[in-house]
Design a protein around this ligand. Structure first.
Ligand code: APR
Length: 167
């Protein structure tokens, strides 16, 4: 089974097969990690995303990485936290599950995830991290071809939450 790593890292710097973008349903860019990825990938990424017709929450779509060190970007849309009663947990788990589906379709070996929904979308970090770890462990056990997943954390709070969850 592939390995899981946690790193304090700007995900746009990681030379993995695919980095995952915490996007919005338009796929036309935004702030946070979405903004950082578009800035680092260059304008071709937005041009490519325009052709995708958006993305539903809990789903994922893939594009080349263009000027990024990563070969691909998997764009997924996390749920906005609304108190937990609107299926947020299942939608968030879907972001990880659908990212694995695309990684396998494209025969990718190494992936990096940001803490999806833990910024602007306000998901409680410990709950989101528990969902992420559970979903990635399931993805690795179901997909032998994936060799490594990196949780790329931006800030101590998320980093320590992943370390606790993986301990
Ligand atoms: N590398 C890794 N992680 C990052 C980076 C980066 N360069 N920049 C931000 N992050 C972290 C944030 O600190 C947070 O922990 O990514 C996590 C997700 O935060 P957001 O980027 O705000 O994403 P999210 O909460 O899913 O909200 C998505 O924000 O940027 C818009 O267009 C996006 O509308 C969408 C919404």
């Amino acid at each position: 089974m592939g390995s899981i790593e946690v790193a304090q890292a700007d995900i746009t710097t990681l030379a993995v097969d695919a980095i995952v973008n915490a996007a919005n349903t338009s796929l036309l860019g935004g702030g946070g990690v979405d903004g950082a990825i578009h800035r680092a990938a260059g304008p071709e990424l937005l041009a490519e995303c325009r052709l995708l017709g958006g993305c539903k929450t809990g789903q994922a779509k893939i594009t080349p990485g263009f000027r990024l060190p990563a070969r691909y970007v998997i764009h997924t849309v996390g749920p906005v936290w609304n108190g937990g009663g609107r299926g947020e947990a299942e939608l968030l788990a879907g972001c990880y599950r659908e990212s694995f589906v695309l990684a396998c379709e494209y025969d990718l070996r190494t992936l990096a995830f940001p803490a999806i929904s833990c910024g602007v979308y306000g998901y409680p970090i410990d709950e989101a991290v528990a969902i992420a770890v559970r979903a990635v462990r399931a993805g690795l056990s179901e997909n032998e071809s994936i060799e490594k997943v990196i949780f790329a954390c931006f800030g101590d709070e998320v980093y320590s939450a992943y370390q606790r969850a993986l301990a």
